[in-house]
Ligand binder design. Structure first.
Ligand code: CU
Length: 102
């Protein structure tokens, strides 16, 4: 390969990298891993043993979260593995997205 082609290829690869990386970081909210320990259907609270929650700077632990209205608590049972997104909102740590882990 001649040097000019090499430089052009290098620029192309760098440009492609710039296009891809920021969109990945911005569009997908951080999903933490957890295991359901306890469910409080009446108060919409869930006890999870969770892994690191990067967006909250929280290490792994077992704790209680509130569940946002849109999450169907009836689909969950103790022992289920889940992926979830949590935010610190007024009233405490609130799960805004939750899916059963594959
Ligand atoms: Cu925690």
């Amino acid at each position: 390969m001649n040097p000019v082609k090499q430089v052009l290829l290098c620029m192309l690869v760098s440009f492609a990298g710039l296009m891809v990386l920021p969109s990945q970081a911005d569009t997908s909210p951080f999903m933490a891993e957890g295991v359901v320990r306890k469910l409080d259907t009446e108060n919409r609270k869930i006890t999870l043993k969770h892994g690191e929650i990067k967006n909250l700077n929280m290490p792994g632990m077992t704790m209680v979260f509130r569940l946002q209205e849109k999450i169907d608590i009836d689909q969950l049972k103790p022992g289920d593995k889940v992926m979830f997104h949590v935010e610190k909102l007024e009233g405490g740590y609130t799960i805004t997205d939750l899916q059963l882990a594959p």
